[in-house]
Design a protein around this ligand. Structure first.
Ligand SMILES: [Zn+2]
Length: 228
């Protein structure tokens, strides 16, 4: 049988210069070898001080996700959306959320959405929800204009984001989703705002865990199956 996908990747590499965002080999977003490694990772539970709900990461941040997420968000590699959203869905599936639970993305910086022309966080949440046959809704609003966390410590980030998110009155179970967890400050603030609004926060799920050293085993954790 003719390998059509392999032919398309080779053609994209030849005519468009398409390379894997991780290793630079020919690939449409990510090469076959890197996709295999990314999809084969076993999700793990993550602990972050100040976050009082279970948090699951599908992958370590390094070495793959740290290349994929910026390529997707900042370099226009939207062809990575299916791979990334499946990993997010796999992390969500580990939480055993009750029927009717919906995904709620951490709100993106308004300035970043304007610059990129797209809300990538909402895009991933919507796609992950489709994989899982769940609903999603952008319940959270953030007063996040100009709020850049990158230069701050963990404690500084928690102080910086506290009180910045809000949601209208709501009920039912929700799962918070985001692309990457660093200190967990944004996830903790999202959980606080959703609980204040009346939601039952079942847990949180991310694609990449930027600090694996904070991981801790739990007897309640059930590794989910990769979402295909
Ligand atoms: Zn690769």
């Amino acid at each position: 049988m003719v390998d059509v996908s392999g032919f398309l990747v080779a053609a994209a590499h030849l005519f468009l210069g398409a390379v894997c965002a991780v290793c630079g080999a020919p690939g449409w977003g990510a090469c076959t070898a890197c996709r295999s490694v990314i999809q084969g990772a076993v999700p793990h539970e993550v602990y972050r001080p100040g976050l009082n709900v279970p948090l699951i990461a599908a992958n370590d941040y390094r070495p793959q996700v740290e290349k994929l997420v910026p390529a997707f968000k900042d370099d226009g590699a939207l062809q990575l959306a299916p791979l990334l959203s499946r990993r997010l869905a796999t992390a969500v599936s580990c939480l055993d959320a009750p029927g009717g639970a919906r995904l709620v993305p951490v709100p993106s910086l308004a300035s970043a959405v304007r610059r990129r022309g797209l809300d990538h966080g909402a895009m991933l949440a919507a796609s992950a929800a489709r994989h899982l046959n769940m609903q999603w809704r952008a319940e959270l609003r953030g007063d996040l204009r100009g709020l850049d966390q990158r230069s701050l410590s963990a404690a500084g980030r928690q102080l910086n984001v506290h009180g910045t998110m809000r949601a209208r009155r709501l009920s039912g179970a929700v799962v918070i989703v985001d692309d990457v967890c660093t200190t967990g400050a944004s996830l903790a603030e999202a959980a606080r705002a959703l609980e204040m609004a009346g939601a039952c926060v079942v847990g949180a799920a991310v694609i990449g865990d930027a600090d694996r050293h904070c991981a801790t085993p739990s007897t309640d954790f059930h590794p989910g199956r990769p979402v295909s």
